[in-house]
Design a protein around this ligand. Structure first.
Ligand code: DC
Length: 226
């Protein structure tokens, strides 16, 4: 690729692999935008819950999927997310949203809406963008210049997540995480999957700094046309 071309980096993988921390740091280090697509699915889920939509009824979700206006701020040093002008960065991380997001994000109308939004944001990034999620390399941005698929053992992922949740029970976190991954991997529309041309990085025994360095090197090699 030519060095002036905006670089598009897709980082996919299940939760607890260090995706968000890595994506944000890589984007900040390289002067790129950053998009957390999980936050968008969480935001639309928050809106559904807040508006009394029956989460167990995919047709009810589909009927209103176009209603909420979701806006993502893409500065890696301070990403933001609003729904109809309301800052939802805090509420979307709560357990109620986390337990419902897989069901909402499995609805094809929701995915079509959010995917379109993601493509528009990626296309408008001047220097380039790091987009993290589950289906970025396979579905949202299949022509990304670089695709990374992060993995880690379930034990490592649960330990990281319970650390983030400030002392939550590791066993319960592990079970919830495995359940959510199974739902995300088995849904019909664009499931969590590694693209054939993605570079897989197992982060189990790596520090965050090592993962960041590895991804930065891969982006720089792409930019240098290697
Ligand atoms: O990355 P996260 O844990 O914040 O993502 C929340 C949920 O959103 C995840 O369980 C599945 C869904 N998701 C998705 O379906 N596709 C994406 N590209 C990103 C997230």
């Amino acid at each position: 690729m030519e060095s002036a071309t905006p670089v598009i980096v897709a980082i996919d993988g299940p939760s607890g692999t260090g995706k968000s921390s890595t994506s944000k740091a890589v984007a900040a280090q390289l002067g790129l935008s950053y998009l957390d697509t999980g936050a968008q699915y969480r935001a639309i889920t928050w809106w559904m819950v807040n508006n009394g939509i029956d989460i167990d009824d995919p047709s009810a979700i589909a009927a209103v999927a176009g209603k909420p206006e979701i806006v993502s701020g893409t500065d890696p040093k301070g990403p933001t997310i609003t729904v109809d002008g309301v800052d939802v960065a805090g509420p979307i991380r709560e357990q109620d949203v986390t337990s419902k997001v897989s069901a909402v994000s499995a609805v094809p109308e929701v995915r079509a809406r959010i995917t379109e939004l993601q493509r528009t944001i990626a296309a408008s990034a001047v220097t380039g963008i790091v987009v993290e999620g589950r289906d970025i390399g396979t579905t949202v941005l299949p022509d990304a210049h670089l695709k990374i698929f992060l993995t880690a053992s379930p034990e490592a992922r649960a330990a990281r997540r319970s650390g983030e949740l400030k002392g939550a029970d590791v066993h319960a976190t592990r079970e919830a995480l495995i359940k959510r991954d199974a739902a995300d991997s088995s849904r019909k529309t664009s499931p969590l999957a590694k693209a054939d041309d993605a570079v897989e990085v197992d982060t189990t025994d790596l520090t965050l700094q090592q993962v960041i360095e590895c991804v930065v090197t891969l982006v720089e090699e792409k930019r240098a046309g290697k």
